[in-house]
Design a protein around this ligand. Structure first.
Ligand code: ITT
Length: 205
């Protein structure tokens, strides 16, 4: 698929926030196509217990069923004091059908339950992006370290952004502009690697 000028890739996500962020990071050099634009409204299976496994599963689903070169992102928030939870289950931490507010509330509750005076609030976001071009699969990773705040703060971003304070800042991701978050975020870092790789492929796409 081409739009005549720019190489085109499908982003295999049903998360509109991720799509918006990705398009902001990528800019004009690539044409990023949504699942809705290729007529895909499927509930894509995500049954692996690793980020990489899920990212590959989502990208392979689109390649196999729709035939497009594509990529998928799987992301998790790992909290040290919770043994790495919610991790790969970040989207459905509070159970299926629950939203980000319920997920954050549960996370803060769980952290309060395990908290003693010296309990660490350290956490990190990890993103794995799986790219499929032709029959070539490549994965890219990005990570950002920080701490979980006591209470949510900020109106921007999505998901767990209101309770994540990156080490590089004194504001939560939800209190930053999109550009500020993208510059240091897990997704921003994984996408920078993806873009560097894609630039090398550009002549053949
Ligand atoms: P797709 O699988 O369709 O891409 P999803 O929302 O299910 O969308 P994930 O499986 O990667 O995405 O789930 C990760 C969850 O972690 C997601 O639902 C958000 O709640 C949260 N999350 C992902 N990226 C985030 C970010 O940049 N900031 C805050 N929370 C994020």
């Amino acid at each position: 698929m081409t739009d005549n000028i720019r190489p085109t890739l499908v982003f295999a996500t049903n998360n509109a926030h991720k799509l918006q962020e990705l398009r902001q990071i990528v800019g004009e050099r690539w044409h990023i196509v949504s699942l809705a634009e290729i007529g895909c409204h499927d509930d894509i299976p995500e049954t692996s217990d690793t980020l990489q496994g899920n990212a590959l599963q989502k990208a392979r689903y689109i390649k196999e069923h729709y035939g497009y070169d594509c990529f998928a992102d799987d992301t998790g928030l790992m909290v040290d004091a919770l043994g790495g939870e919610p991790g790969v289950y970040s989207a459905r931490y509070a159970g299926p059908g629950h939203d980000s507010v319920a997920n954050m509330r549960l996370l803060l509750e769980c952290l309060r339950e395990v908290s003693g005076e010296n309990t660490s609030r350290a956490a990190h976001f990890s993103t794995v992006i799986a790219l499929i071009v032709g029959d070539e699969e490549t994965v890219f990773e990005g990570r950002v370290d920080g701490v979980i705040t006591d209470t949510p703060d900020g109106e921007g971003g999505f998901g767990y952004d209101p309770i994540f304070l990156p080490d590089e800042s004194d504001r939560t991701f939800a209190s930053m502009s999109a550009q500020e978050k993208n510059r240091i975020s897990h997704r921003g870092r994984a996408t920078a690697k993806l873009l560097a790789y894609l630039e090398g492929l550009r002549p053949q796409l």
